[in-house]
Design a protein around this ligand. Structure first.
Ligand code: GLP
Length: 239
């Protein structure tokens, strides 16, 4: 794992955006694995600026998101589809039909999950997977458990995640209790992984991810076994 230490959130966002810019400029048909949460918001602003300045063209890019809340549709402001449209897609020239987020309203859940995994495989794994880090060590919505989940699956969110994400909802009861997420195996298929981490509240979990044992109780620790991972974190998270 390569670790890049940044002064602050702004520098982290710029440096991480730089990796995506370089990829899209070199490979206009790149497949980007994208993430939600507060951490990537600055990075998405950087990409929008680069597009507006004429530095980037997303017309051939495909995007595959990590996860979605069960029961939330694209119109729900806290759905991850809405987040991606709002923060990135509607500001750039990516084609809507080339953007993929698990369907939070799927009727046939098993079929939707299998199709999502097949989609990732059809690309041979994404070119670059962007990741944030949950307070409990989750990536996507792969919560700590006793095994690494291989494929895109349905997951019950744990109390740490519900607590962390309640800030986006009226109260904790409004936070969906289940989600659909790429598995650890799906994420590990990516050719390159860029994980961004910011803030003092992530420093203990980040230390475990980087230097602790690789174990499913700290899902992101599996990244120690991926051959092309860059962790871009600010000084507070790396303290
Ligand atoms: C959410 C998402 C993750 C995200 C994480 C951290 O639950 N499912 O993909 O990386 O939590 O979010 P934040 O960046 O807001 O701390």
């Amino acid at each position: 794992m390569r670790v890049i230490s940044c002064k602050n959130y702004e520098q982290m966002s710029k440096i991480a955006a730089g990796f995506i810019k370089t990829l899209v400029q070199a490979k206009p048909e790149a497949v980007l694995g994208l993430a939600t949460g507060s951490t990537p918001e600055g990075l998405y602003k950087e990409l929008v600026s680069a597009y507006q300045n004429g530095e980037l063209d997303f017309s051939q890019v495909h995007t595959v998101n990590l996860d979605e809340y069960e029961g939330l549709g694209p119109q729900h402001e806290q759905s991850y589809r809405y987040f991606m449209n709002d923060k990135l897609f509607k500001h750039i020239n990516v084609k809507e039909e080339n953007t993929y987020v698990p369907d939070g309203l799927a009727k046939n859940i098993e079929a939707m999950l299998a199709d999502y995994e097949a989609l990732i495989d059809s690309f041979g794994g994404v070119d670059l997977q962007l990741l944030g880090l949950g307070h409990d060590g989750h990536i996507g919505f792969n919560e700590p458990c006793d095994h690494f989940e291989q494929k895109t699956h349905r997951v019950k969110l744990n109390s740490i995640t519900l607590e962390a994400n309640k800030r986006f909802f009226a109260n904790i009861d409004e936070v969906p209790k289940y989600a659909y997420t790429q598995g650890i195996g799906s994420i590990m298929k990516a050719k390159q992984i860029v994980m961004i981490v910011s803030g003092a509240d992530k420093k203990e979990i980040l230390h475990k991810v980087l230097y602790g044992p690789v174990c499913p109780e700290v899902p992101a620790s599996i990244l120690q076994f991926h051959k092309n991972v860059i962790v871009i974190a600010d000084e507070k998270a790396l303290a």
